[in-house]
Design a protein around this ligand. Structure first.
Ligand SMILES: [Zn+2]
Length: 277
């Protein structure tokens, strides 16, 4: 294998960025990028990614939740899986999720050109990571990984539509999702845009994740007599954060946890928890 010329690298990077622009224009809303699970916009984005996968020589399959998976290589060999999520939060950035899918496609194109594809490789575009529509994240990758909970079909979105009905509307068979076997994988690798300032501040082009944060979500209804000036008030939201802290402490040896609760709006908020080992 030789090294790539700089012009080849720049050509690949330019194609990834153009494709990110194209995907970023596929949205539920005209003025901003919003692409949630089981929406026509996500289906259109899936169609486009499926086309790019086919052009890259991958055999494409789609499941009832909307995951788009392209595969190449020996069917009996556990694949290396590259990919990310195709759904977005409301008013998302165009590289969040999409970049991991597009870089994976670029890797396939490059490896194929050098006749260096592994025995089995999959590119996965997951239909849900954000949980922006039904409040439960990772519905797409759960279906892929064979751990989809059948009860999730009863989840209801803000408009009163169940996940089951939303998937049926798009032509899928949601009942099939809970019976997917756990796949045998050689490994999984995801490139993701950094959602913070560290790499930019350090002048680094890329970082490798050495630890991963767990995420818990809770919905609380709160009322209190006066505006809260403190970010550590004894509100129900703070109580929820405290309960989360205790659960975290129960499963890990965290030594210090600090919670800050943003109560400035009714939209879902990250209860930012700083964990010091
Ligand atoms: Zn993301």
């Amino acid at each position: 294998m030789g090294t790539l010329s700089s012009s080849a690298v720049e050509g690949t990077a330019a194609e990834v960025l153009v494709r990110a622009d194209t995907l970023g224009a596929i949205s539920e809303e005209p003025a901003r990028l919003t692409r949630r699970l089981a929406t026509p916009a996500l289906a259109r984005a899936g169609d486009l990614v499926a086309r790019w996968m086919t052009e890259a020589g991958l055999t494409v399959r789609r499941d009832a939740i909307g995951n788009v998976v392209g595969r190449v290589g020996n069917a009996d060999v556990p694949p290396l899986v590259l990919g990310s999520h195709l759904d977005t939060v409301p008013d998302a950035g165009r590289y969040d999720g999409a970049l991991g899918i597009l870089l994976a496609l670029a890797v396939v194109q490059r490896l194929r050109a050098r006749d260096a594809l592994p025995d089995a490789l999959e590119v996965a575009a997951f239909a849900d990571e954000e949980g922006a529509r039904f409040g439960v994240p990772y519905l797409g990758s759960s279906a892929y990984a064979g751990c989809f909970d059948h009860d999730w079909l009863e989840l209801v979105d803000a408009g009163g539509v169940t996940l089951r009905d939303a998937l049926c509307e798009l032509g899928g068979d949601p009942e099939s999702l809970a019976s997917v076997p756990e796949p045998r994988l050689a490994g999984y690798l995801e490139a993701h845009i950094e959602q913070g300032p560290v790499l930019e501040r350090e002048g680094l082009p890329v970082g490798v994740v050495s630890a991963i944060a767990g995420q818990m979500r809770a919905r609380t209804t709160a009322s209190w007599p006066a505006p809260l000036a403190s970010d550590r008030a004894s509100s129900p939201a703070a109580a929820t954060a405290e309960a989360s802290r205790r659960r975290m402490a129960g499963v890990s040896s965290t030594a210090g946890v600090h919670c800050r609760v943003d109560q400035s709006s009714s939209t879902p908020r990250v209860v930012a928890i700083r964990v010091a080992a």
